[in-house]
Design a protein around this ligand. Structure first.
Ligand code: C5P
Length: 435
């Protein structure tokens, strides 16, 4: 039996250059056994003709809400009832905005309001349109209403830019639909309310292959996330300082991944030589005290605080005004404790969801969970540093053990920091949803 046999799929096509891929998608769905009917918006018809889709599917293509001939053949309510699944690919920013606000000003949006079938959408738009807070807010509304997101993908875009917003390839979308069908009963009234929602471009499977659809429950879209990253430097005199080996790569990867998940991101960075990820608001700091001040002001009203920075625990008590001369055989520096930025934010009455990092050389679980409790955190991500296979500092890859109160634990296997960041954000989104 073919994977989509007896499945009636209503393929909605909205306006965007990715619409040309919808012709191939229709073919792939039919090859998998589906009965496909197509609805096109007027924008879609500027990119691809209804005749193409009619020839490929063998069914008339529906374009108008108020067309008497079409209504006589199969009325819009009948069409909405006919579908087991509505799949919209590409879904433009405009269509997502109209869907999220319940518009019914054309045939496709009307069908989505009039159906009890699950709606799957494959967004396609310019990267800035995708990361715009308006689109993020609309995506969040759609996900909360059990729409299933397939992507978007990231990469080169038709507009010449590179980033998140590309529509997935037809084969990937077909596979996502098959996975959806396998995972959910298609009894139309049993749309998976509150259960796993297949989503998005940032997920990757264990074999490090990009996957268009991984399961998670909530999205970070529209949330304000503050991340600290990199080392701090603590001056000794005008030319010398104390610091550590943190490269900032993990914190920068988290900031970039959070923007891709449509969060608003503030990145407070110690001295590192890394470019600012696109869409991130960056604040450069140097000492632990300056990072503390920036963090306290940035977390005001924020939803999540992720403290990745390797903050110096101590600073020199009195910084010499002039360069210290080597006049004596010994030199004693008196160090005093720096504020614990994370603990102070986690102690705030209106605190954001607080995530700490713990770099440990031994007894990882014991030390990490000890910090989780002591600093009153919502989550802690621990890495076992100084291991031959996990150097962490400066490395492009990482593995994490994530702990949360109530004995929660999840392991993130060794992978590029970009991928580990996306997986950690998914855990944060799920924990946030249960808070
Ligand atoms: O106690 P420890 O330094 O191992 O805790 C690590 C966590 O606390 C990290 O998330 C780090 O960013 C944060 N931290 C901080 N301020 C400090 C020391 C650590 O925010 N002064």
């Amino acid at each position: 039996m073919q994977p989509l046999e007896n499945k009636k799929i209503l393929l909605g096509i909205s306006g965007g250059i990715a619409a040309y891929k919808s012709a191939i998608l229709a073919r792939r769905l039919i090859d998998a056994g589906a009965d496909v009917r197509v609805v096109m918006t007027s924008g879609a018809q500027a990119f691809i003709t209804p005749l193409t889709l009619q020839a490929l599917t063998g069914n008339p293509v529906h374009t108008d809400l108020l067309d008497t001939d079409a209504e006589a053949a199969m009325g819009h309510i009948e069409l909405a009832r006919w579908a087991d699944i509505i799949l919209i690919a590409p879904a433009s920013a405009n269509l997502m905005a109209r869907l999220s606000h319940g518009f019914s000003d054309d045939l496709l949006t009307t069908l989505c309001l009039a159906t009890d079938a699950p709606v799957l959408i494959a967004p396609a738009m310019n990267r800035l349109m995708w990361s715009n807070p308006a689109t993020a807010a609309n995506t969040k509304i759609l996900i909360d209403r059990n729409f299933t997101m397939i992507g978007p993908d990231e990469g080169a875009q038709a507009c010449g830019e590179t980033g998140a917003g590309r529509m997935h390839e037809p084969e990937t979308i077909r596979d996502a639909v098959i996975q959806f069908v396998n995972n959910h009963s298609l009894n139309k009234l049993a749309v998976p309310g509150g259960s796993a929602i297949p989503s998005t471009a940032q997920h990757h499977n264990a074999a490090n292959q990009p996957s268009a659809y991984a399961e998670h429950h909530r999205s970070l879209a529209g949330l304000h996330i503050v991340v600290t990253a990199g080392p701090t430097v603590e001056p000794i005199d005008p030319v010398r300082y104390l610091t550590n080996r943190s490269s900032g790569k993990m914190g920068f990867a988290l900031a970039a991944a959070a923007v891709k998940q449509q969060a608003k991101v503030t990145l407070i960075a110690g001295p590192v030589s890394l470019p600012t990820p696109s869409g991130v608001a960056r604040i450069d700091v140097d000492t632990a005290k300056s990072m503390h001040k920036a963090a306290l002001s940035a977390v005001h009203g924020a939803d999540v605080f992720i403290s990745v920075a390797a903050v110096a625990d101590y600073r020199v008590e009195s910084v010499a005004e002039e360069k210290i001369k080597k006049s004596k055989d010994d030199l004693t520096l008196t160090l005093v404790r720096n504020p614990d930025i994370l603990a102070s934010i986690a102690a705030m009455p209106e605190k954001p969801f607080c995530v700490g990092f713990a770099a440990e050389t031994e007894h990882v679980k014991k030390h990490a969970t000890g910090k989780l409790i002591k600093k009153k955190l919502d989550l802690i991500a621990a890495n076992h540093v100084a291991q031959p296979d996990n150097p962490v500092f400066g490395s492009d890859s990482n593995s994490l053990d994530v702990y949360w109160p109530g004995d929660g634990h999840q392991h993130i296997a060794s992978a590029p920091k970009k991928q580990v960041a996306a997986e950690l954000l998914d855990i944060i989104a799920e924990r946030l949803a249960t808070r």
